[in-house]
Design a binder for this molecule. Structure first.
Ligand SMILES: *[C@@H]1O[C@H](CO)[C@@H](O)[C@H](O)[C@H]1NC(C)=O
Ligand SMILES: *[C@@H]1O[C@H](CO)[C@@H](O)[C@H](O)[C@H]1NC(C)=O
Ligand SMILES: *[C@@H]1O[C@H](CO)[C@@H](O)[C@H](O)[C@H]1NC(C)=O
Length: 512
């Protein structure tokens, strides 16, 4: 009985939503789509038009990878947030799809925030946070929507599935996964002292959820809100990832306003708790990426067992220089996570990334003080030293600015500096091999630096003007390989056809 009501309700919502989505997609498409505007990346996902922030969901469905992201198409700032959507066969070439989840109901009218996309019984299911204001209060709740084709989503008639948090009002970014016969959800919220907390929920059917208590919380040093939690296992170890608001900067540590990092522990599904000595504190929190612009991660397990991560190559309250052109920000390259023997997370670009290489334009040895031009603004550099140097310094420089990467062996550290008052970022690094290796990706207005086997990564926005040249410094020669990288993010014109064709074929049973 209930099932039938749900199905009918969903279908009614779906047809209205579909027309809206097609119209919206067309409207956006015809204006400045992926224009060659200044600073636009060509192989990172940015919004077709307007604002982008966190990845909202990341999954594999019907032979394709799906990335959803927080999207505001109407200008270069945050607003009534929807779920933008991009799809790929190979993790390298991405096609923009119409927005998947758009605020239209009362419970979500101010935005559909980041959550989880997952696949169950050949349906894609997404969980997201709805937000709306009532009087002077901002309310937040958790919702679900389902798709049979991975393009058109039907919102559950009985949303919200969780109407309010047990304490406080902040309540967002559900991470949902299955273990055994049970579904679990972690959600960022606040405790009675208005500090960050992580709530655990469980469900047998994905629709009815029980609150199982708080599994971790801040005692002050770990801030007032945790966003985009994620919990997964690598090599038998549980990793909890949090994007934290409110950690105080401490000298050269926690220099960014907001931090993303991980804790290592062991989570018990029997008790619904972490191991007893598990604690979220600045002492156990490991920064994931040491650059200026990295926040709000999403991960998925690929079919060949790799833990893949994507994140926002940006952060709150950054200055998005490009927003004058009515767009802002981009996502990172997709990275594979591994655990080192010392229990530290290693982050490398996925192996598929080499398919971006269009041409090798440089292969040479460079002595300290020598330099070369890059072949454009979309390139990859492989830097290798021969022996153990005391110092290796690589500077990307252009008219009026530079980005300096500096490894100093005696300090056991690597820094990047993009100039200005707050330009320096720092990480401890003792390369595990006897040589210094770096892999550097530049895409128009971003740079990602992978050190060694991924022990240290820096992701930053930069705004180069004119030609970029690379200067080598330090006390040793380095081997440099440079590849030009091709465009890989595009529009798929076939998608409109698909949408129109499927207008009347939404009547499929739901897996309830
Ligand atoms: C909302 O806030 C304003 C300004 O603080 C106050 O005057 C008003 O009474 C509040 N309204 C409600 C419904 O609480
Ligand atoms: C969570 O709560 C539900 C409902 O009270 C209960 O059946 C389940 O055992 C709890 N799970 C854990 C891990 O505590
Ligand atoms: C550079 O270092 C990487 C990582 O150790 C290695 O795979 C690669 O073969 C090296 N390349 C050169 C040219 O030495």
């Amino acid at each position: 009985m209930e099932v039938r009501v749900i199905v009918v309700g969903l279908l009614w919502l779906a047809s209205a939503q579909l027309i809206d989505e097609i119209n919206n997609f067309e409207r956006v498409k015809h204006k400045s789509v992926l224009s060659k505007r200044k600073y636009r990346p060509t192989y990172h996902i940015s919004a077709p038009k307007g604002w982008l922030n966190s990845p909202a969901g990341f999954t594999f469905f019907q032979r394709q990878y799906h990335i959803f992201y927080q999207y505001h198409p109407y200008n270069g700032g945050w607003g009534h947030i929807q779920w933008g959507h991009a799809v790929s066969d190979n993790l390298v070439d991405w096609w923009h799809y119409p927005p998947a989840i758009i605020p239209r109901e009362k419970y979500e009218w101010q935005g559909c925030l980041t959550g989880t996309a997952l696949v169950q019984n050949n349906y894609m299911t997404v969980f997201y946070t709805g937000t709306f204001t009532e009087g002077n209060d901002t309310k937040r709740n958790q919702n679900v929507a389902i798709s049979s084709d991975g393009i058109i989503f039907q919102k559950y008639l009985y949303n919200p599935i969780i109407k309010e948090p047990p304490t406080g009002t902040d309540f967002r970014n559900p991470t949902v996964w299955k273990n055994g016969n049970m579904w679990y959800m972690l959600c960022g919220m606040k405790n009675e002292r208005r500090l960050a907390a992580l709530g655990l929920y469980s469900s047998r059917d994905m629709f009815h959820w029980h609150f199982n208590g708080t599994v971790a919380q801040s005692y002050g040093d770990m801030g007032y809100m945790w966003e985009c939690p994620d919990l997964f296992e690598i090599d038998g170890v549980h990793l909890l990832i949090l994007s934290v608001r409110g950690i105080q900067s401490d000298g050269s540590w926690f220099t960014n306003l907001y931090q993303t990092g991980y804790m290592v522990g062991s989570f018990s599904y029997r008790t619904g708790r972490f191991n007893e000595d598990f604690e979220v504190s600045t002492a156990t929190f490991n920064v994931l990426d040491y650059g200026h612009d990295f926040y709000a991660t999403r991960t998925m397990l690929s079919r060949d067992g790799r833990r893949l991560m994507i994140a926002w190559l940006g952060t709150w309250e950054s200055k998005f220089v490009e927003s004058v052109d009515a767009w802002a920000s981009m996502l990172t390259l997709i990275r594979e996570l591994k655990l080192s023997e010392q229990g530290r997370l290693l982050m490398q670009p996925v192996k598929e990334i080499i398919e971006l290489r269009s041409e090798m334009i440089e292969e040479a040895w460079y002595l300290p003080g020598e330099w070369f031009y890059t072949g454009g603004k979309a390139f990859e550099l492989l830097i290798n030293s021969t022996n153990t140097p005391n110092e290796v310094s690589i500077t990307l420089e252009w008219t009026g600015g530079k980005y300096v990467i500096d490894f100093v062996s005696r300090k056991g550290s690597v820094t990047v500096n993009r100039g200005g008052n707050d330009g320096m970022r720092h990480a401890d690094w003792n390369p595990t091999s006897s040589t210094v290796n770096m892999r550097i990706f530049v895409d128009s207005s971003s740079v990602e630096v992978f050190c060694g086997k991924g022990e240290v990564v820096f992701s930053s926005r930069i705004y180069p003007k004119g030609k970029i040249r690379v200067r080598v410094d330090g006390d040793t020669q380095v081997h440099v390989v440079q590849y030009q990288l091709r465009r890989s993010v595009r529009y798929d014109k076939r998608i409109r056809k698909h949408l129109m064709k499927n207008r009347n074929t939404l009547q499929q049973p739901l897996p309830i």
